[in-house]
Design a protein around this ligand. Structure first.
Ligand SMILES: Nc1nc2c(c(=O)[nH]1)N[C@H]1C(S)=C(S)[C@@H](COP(=O)(O)OP(=O)(O)OC[C@H]3O[C@@H](n4cnc5c(N)ncnc54)[C@H](O)[C@@H]3O)O[C@H]1N2
Ligand code: MOO
Length: 401
């Protein structure tokens, strides 16, 4: 297969990928999920005319002119209303959130009163009618749509849903992403590598990226470089109902790179293998039964950069979320060489300068180096076939954080 451009690869990844079905979850589990249907208020808020201040509920006509002396005939607290009626020359002690009693049409705030020894009060400032009263339904009314379908349930949306009388919400199901690391050389994090071994560092980074984006993760561990072992892990991923199966390593052309063969033996239909990008060239993608399969390269930076570019949009699509890469313009702090036939994603730090953002590329871009990926907050995006650039030239950056 030939190298396909990055943009075409993304189009093929997203082709036919539709939001998942719905499920109902309690509010406490709904943060960050996507609302699957418009949400209608089940109640009116506030449900009654409520005081917005601590003070006295009075008749505006009595306090149009200060000073005015009023008899205090009772109290209305939040959760416990005053059952009677406020008559002329009367006041009811009231607190924030409490129902405004019948007969009263304005609130005299406590700071504008003085208490007399006999229990009566003096209004020391005049008040207009309707002051400090929140009318019933000010926020929303029963039957109104309070949240649109597709809304990402952020803190404010969750509180609004609760206020509107909902304890559970219909949300788009979270995709299940299975992760399979391949390689005889790998030991799990915390393990003691043998003389020719290294730690499998990719799975945890990819798992974090997927779960931060709203996916559930099934880590199927490390399988050896054997076609049948990889095939067995693929079957395990399918049996668990994975929506996306991510393999790590074994994507290239070496004698021990067997992911492609294992996918073939399991009947996968690959859409592409190899992209015109650096790092990440040997990435493969296709369908495996009902799942999508993303074969990421083993080099740690390649795997994570590919996951940023392809796994994140795929998860967003399944979750019914819009995915917008954070692309910005910056000025190069150092000259850069011409690119080859692939689009380059160059680890860099982007900082604010006097004329806007400044991008400083790391001098060594080896795709095994997690230290520079962790230090980078952006990737400079340089098109395939781009000529050399001088320091000070404009460039495009993809922000990572
Ligand atoms: N003759 C060619 N050789 C290579 C090519 C090529 O086009 N022709 N492409 C190179 C590129 S680009 C990449 S990227 C790598 C990708 O190789 P694989 O996907 O087959 O990955 P592996 O060979 O399995 O491993 C590469 C490297 O990464 C380490 N690795 C693997 N898995 C993990 C893991 N889970 N955690 C941490 N590190 C991992 C592995 O030990 C190797 O060092 O191929 C080039 N070769
Ligand atoms: O894609 Mo490889 O990622 O260039 O090292």
């Amino acid at each position: 297969m030939t190298l396909i451009p990055v943009d075409e690869a993304l189009e093929r990844v997203l082709e036919g990928l539709a939001p998942l079905d719905h499920e109902t979850v309690p509010l406490a589990e709904a943060a960050g999920r996507v609302l699957a249907a418009p949400l209608t208020a089940r109640r009116t808020q506030p449900p009654f005319d409520a005081s917005a201040m601590d003070g006295y509920a009075v008749r505006a006509a009595d306090v149009a002119q200060a000073p005015a002396v009023l008899a205090v005939i009772g109290e209305s607290a939040a959760g416990r209303r005053f059952a009677g009626k406020v008559g002329s020359g009367e006041a009811v002690r009231i607190f924030t959130g409490a129902p405004v009693p019948a007969g009263a049409d304005t609130i005299l705030i406590q700071e504008n009163t003085e208490r007399l020894e006999d229990g009566r009060i003096t209004a020391t400032a005049g008040v207009a009618a309707g002051r400090h009263i929140r009318r019933a339904g000010l926020d929303f009314r029963a039957g109104e749509t309070v949240l649109e379908q597709g809304r990402v349930l952020d803190p404010a949306a969750l509180s609004l849903a609760a206020a509107a009388g909902h304890a559970v919400l219909p949300v788009v199901r979270r995709p299940l992403v299975a992760i399979i690391a391949t390689g005889d050389e790998l030991v799990p994090p915390g393990g003691e590598p043998g003389p020719d071994q290294i730690v499998a560092s990719n799975s945890c980074g990819i798992a974090a990226l997927a779960s931060l984006d709203g996916a559930r993760v099934l880590d199927l561990g490390i399988v050896p470089d054997e076609r049948q072992a990889i095939a067995a892990a693929l079957r395990q991923a399918l049996a668990a109902g994975s929506d996306i199966v991510v393999t790590l390593g074994g994507a290239s052309v070496g004698d021990h790179d067997l992911v492609h063969q294992a996918l073939d033996s399991e009947g996968a239909r690959l859409s592409f293998w190899k992209i015109a990008m650096r790092p990440g060239k040997p990435m493969m993608y296709g369908r495996l039964e009902a799942a999508r399969v993303l074969g990421l390269p083993g080099n740690p930076v390649s795997a994570l950069v590919c996951a940023h570019l392809f796994l994140r949009p795929a998860i967003a699509r399944l979750c019914s979320r819009l995915f917008t890469p954070d692309l910005r313009q910056a000025e190069l702090a150092a000259p850069m060489e011409a690119t080859g036939g692939r689009r380059d994603y160059v680890r860099a730090t982007v900082t604010a300068g006097p004329r806007g953002l400044v991008a400083t590329p790391f001098q060594i871009q080896d795709s095994s180096m997690l230290s520079t990926l962790a230090a980078a907050n952006a990737l400079i995006v340089r098109e395939a076939g781009a000529p050399a650039s001088e320091a000070g030239a404009r460039c495009q950056v993809l922000m990572l954080r």
